[in-house]
Write a protein of this length. Sequence first.
Length: 275
Amino acid sequence: MLRSLNVSLAVALAFLTSLIVPAAAQQQPLRSECLAMANGPPRALPVSLRRVAAKQEQVAITYVGHSTYYIDTPEGVRIGTDFNGVYRTGRLPDVVTMNRAHSTHYTLFPDPKIPHVLHGWGENGQAAHVSTRIGDVYIRNVPTDIRRYYGEGSGAMIKDGNSIFIFEVAGLCIGHLGHLHHKLDDTHFAAIGRLDIVMVPIDGTYTMSLDGVSEITKRLRSAVVLPMHRFATPLDEFMRLIGQQFVIDQRTERTLKISRDTLPGTPTVIILDGV
């Protein structure tokens, strides 16, 4: 009798555990490989595996206009950054990110065929919190403040009104600084983690000064820097400010195809056609 009771209890416990474990697994937060890589040793791959990865895990990044880049992942997910629907090329993105600086960085009426629309600002004074996996890309954000425009209320800045979006795909950490209006502190850099590729606004006025954005670029020390939001900024001035530690690579095409294995060994500013 006792043995039969023990068996019944064991079966019941096993059944309850089978229900609890999957539920708990679903509640675990998504893990950022870029934060893990920033705090850990460099990852090394055998040469033969690195060659295969370069072919299989290539990401295409296309300059579309203003602050919009398209990121095409190995599994065919297309992402549009600071998307407002005006700057477009080819098929619609599957995912768009937006910032609320002004209408060239967002639209409240995106094409309904775009399945994933991610805002860089929250509602009711709350910061946006993005942490989602779509296909083979993990997308997260780091909130920053943004300047108020005329008629937006009192105070110089809106807390958490902008987002730095980070796209983790194919072993690459790709960051888009958005419409950044202030210097970043240690907590921002810690939340960003490692960026292999960073998209940087270089207008020098509407976002922040060239001196300020150059300091951020130097501290991030990404392997690839992609300028954006340029207007009439002399490229020579930006290049002078970021210093001799960066190589300048000016391209005649709008698309950069790159993998983790083909990142430049020296930090490089790559200026795609149209910037």
